[in-house]
Design a protein around this ligand. Structure first.
Ligand SMILES: [Zn+2]
Length: 485
C-alpha cells in the first residue's frame, strides 16, 4: 500500500499487520535500516554522518508522516552534531525530532467506551477477550532489578511517582513482544542486544532508538501491556500513587487513534489498582515543539475522553518553545477543570519556570532544576511550596549534570524547596523511582529520614485526594519508625 494511502487510513483496524510468523526476521524493505541506509551494526553506535542522518530522516518522513506534515522543527534536536555536555537537554528532547517530523491530522473521534474495551487482534492467535490476556502473569519487569534500599520486613519505602512518561517505560522484552505481535520490523529482536543498545552513548543514538521503539505501539492491547508492565514494576518500587504522562500526538502520528490509547492505558490503571493497590491517573502531555495550535487540537480531540485523564503537561524540547506559547491552551484546560503541570527549567532557564507559573498557572513544575540559578525564583518556589518533580538519573543520562554528585538536589532541599524524586523515562535512563532513590542515597549519603522526607513530599505534591495522601504519609512514618532511625 502506498505510504500516503496507509497514513490516510491509519485507523487501528486498517493498519497493515503482517503475520507474526514472518516478523522475526522482519520484512526486507520495511525499515530504513533494512534498506541499507544505515548498516544495522551502526544503529547501536548512533548515526555517524550528516548524510546518513539525512537519508534516515527522509525515509522515516516518507513512511511515517501523514499528509499534513507540521513544519515545526526543534533547532536543537534537528542538529546532527553531538550536543554539548555542559548544557541541559529536555527530558523529552528525545522525542522532539520524532514529533516534529511526524505530526498528525486531527480527526473526529467518538467518545470513549465506558465499558471494558474490546481487544483488537494483537496476534494471529489472539481471539479471546481481555480476561485471558490480563490474567497471564507479566514477568518481563523482573529483568530489571530494583536497587533501592534493601527490602526488609518493613518493605519498600512507599512513594508517589509524579514524573513518569509511560512511553519511556518500554523495556526491550516488551518491545520484542509487541514488534512480533504487530509485525513491526526492528533492527534486531534479540533482547540482550536491544538492552545493550538502550545504553546509548549519545543523544543521537538515543533519539533513533526511541523513535524506532515507539512504532511497536499500534493497538489498544499494546498500551494496556505497556502500562501494566510499568505498574507491576512500580509496585516493586513501593509506588502507591502514579500520575502518568502520555503523549497522544506521538501515537496519533503513528496512526493510532485516541480510543486505543485511552482504552489501553485506563484499563491497565484499573487492573493495576486491583492487583497492586496503586492509585494512578493520566496526564496528557503536549509536545511543545509541535506548537500551540497542535496542542490545542489534541486537547480538543481528547475532551471526549475527559474523564480518562486528570491534567495536562508540556514536554519535549524546551529550547525555543517557551511556556508563554501555550497560555491559551492552558487556559482552555483550566476551564475544563484539568490539573496543570509543565516541564520547565531543565533545558530552559529560570525564565521558563516563571512563565510556567505566571502564564500557564501550573501547580507543579517538572524538573525545574535550573530554578537554582535565580535566587528570587528559589525564594518564591519555597514560599509558595510549589513542587518540583526532579529526575536525578535522567539528568545524568542526558548530561544535564556531569555526575550525580554534581546534581543540585541537595541544594534544592537545603533551600527548602518541595522536591520529589522521579524516574522520567526509566527504561532509558537507568532506573525506576526506587533506583533513583537508591542512587541519591548513595551519592549524597542520605539516610532513611531523608528518603522518608522525599517520600512525604511526593505524596503531598500529588493530585490524590487528601485522605489518601494522609494514609500514605502515615505509611511512610511507619516505614521510618520500623527502621529505628
Ligand atoms: Zn519528563
Amino acid at each position: 500500500m502506498p505510504d500516503e494511502t496507509r497514513h490516510e487510513s491509519a485507523d487501528l483496524e486498517d493498519y497493515q499487520v503482517s503475520d507474526a510468523s514472518d516478523t522475526l526476521e522482519g520484512n526486507p524493505g520495511d525499515d530504513p535500516l533494512d534498506r541499507g541506509v544505515i548498516p544495522p551494526e551502526r544503529w547501536s553506535a548512533g548515526i555517524k554522518t550528516a548524510g546518513e542522518q539525512e537519508s534516515l530522516d527522509q525515509l522515516l518522513a516518507e513512511e511515517e508522516t501523514p499528509p499534513s506534515t507540521p513544519t515545526t522543527t526543534c533547532p536543537k534536536t534537528a542538529a546532527t552534531t553531538p550536543r554539548p555536555t555542559s548544557t541541559s537537554t529536555g527530558c523529552c528532547s528525545m522525542t522532539a525530532r520524532i514529533r516534529g517530523r511526524a505530526g498528525w491530522s486531527p480527526r473526529t473521534r467518538a467518545p470513549i467506551r465506558t465499558t471494558r474495551p474490546t481487544w483488537s487482534p494483537a496476534t494471529s492467535a489472539s481471539t479471546a477477550g481481555p480476561p485471558a490476556r490480563r490474567r497471564r502473569p507479566c514477568t518481563w519487569w523482573r529483568t530489571t532489578t530494583p536497587t533501592s534500599a534493601p527490602v526488609t520486613d518493613r518493605g519498600q519505602l512507599p512513594v508517589a511517582e509524579l514524573h513518569l512518561h509511560i512511553e519511556g517505560t518500554l523495556e526491550p522484552e516488551l518491545l520484542v513482544t509487541l514488534a512480533q505481535r504487530n509485525g513491526v520490523s526492528m533492527p534486531t529482536l534479540d533482547v540482550a542486544e536491544l538492552r545493550a543498545r538502550y545504553r546509548f552513548d549519545s543523544l543521537q543514538s538515543f533519539l533513533d532508538l526511541y523513535y524506532a521503539s515507539l512504532r511497536v505501539l499500534r493497538a489498544e492491547a499494546d498500551f494496556y501491556d505497556l502500562a501494566r508492565a510499568y505498574l507491576a514494576r512500580a509496585a516493586v518500587a513501593g509506588v502507591r500513587r502514579a500520575e502518568i504522562f502520555f503523549d497522544p500526538q506521538t501515537h496519533l502520528a503513528n496512526g493510532v487513534q485516541l480510543e486505543a490509547v485511552f482504552g489501553g492505558l485506563t484499563a491497565a490503571l484499573a487492573d493495576g489498582a486491583r492487583d497492586h493497590g496503586i492509585s494512578a491517573d493520566l496526564i496528557l502531555c503536549f509536545l511543545r515543539d509541535l506548537g500551540a495550535d497542535a496542542a490545542g487540537e489534541v486537547l480538543r480531540a481528547a475532551l471526549p475522553f475527559r474523564d480518562k485523564f486528570i491534567g495536562i503537561g508540556l514536554d519535549s524540547a524546551e529550547a525555543g518553545y517557551p511556556p508563554a506559547l501555550f497560555t491559551e491552551v492552558y487556559r482552555l484546560a483550566a476551564a475544563e477543570g484539568l490539573r496543570l503541570v509543565a516541564h520547565a527549567g531543565e533545558e530552559g532557564g529560570p525564565g521558563y519556570v516563571r512563565e510556567a507559573l505566571d502564564l500557564l498557572r501550573v501547580e507543579r513544575v517538572d524538573h525545574g532544576i535550573r530554578s537554582m540559578e535565580d535566587p528570587d525564583l528559589v525564594a518564591r518556589l519555597r514560599d509558595e511550596q510549589i513542587a518540583l518533580t526532579v529526575c536525578p538519573l535522567s539528568n545524568v543520562a542526558l548530561r544535564v549534570v556531569g555526575t550525580l554528585g554534581d546534581h543540585m538536589l541537595p541544594g534544592m532541599l537545603d533551600a527548602g524547596l518541595l522536591v520529589t524524586v522521579n524516574s522520567d523515562d526509566p527504561a532509558y535512563f537507568g532506573g525506576y523511582v526506587d533506583d533513583n532513590l537508591a542512587a541519591v542515597r548513595r551519592a549524597f549519603g542520605y539516610d532513611d529520614t531523608a528518603l522518608a522526607a522525599l517520600a512525604r513530599n511526593s505524596f503531598g505534591a500529588s493530585f490524590a485526594p487528601a485522605p489518601d495522601k494522609q494514609k500514605w504519609q502515615a505509611e511512610v512514618d511507619r516505614w521510618l519508625a520500623a527502621s529505628g532511625t
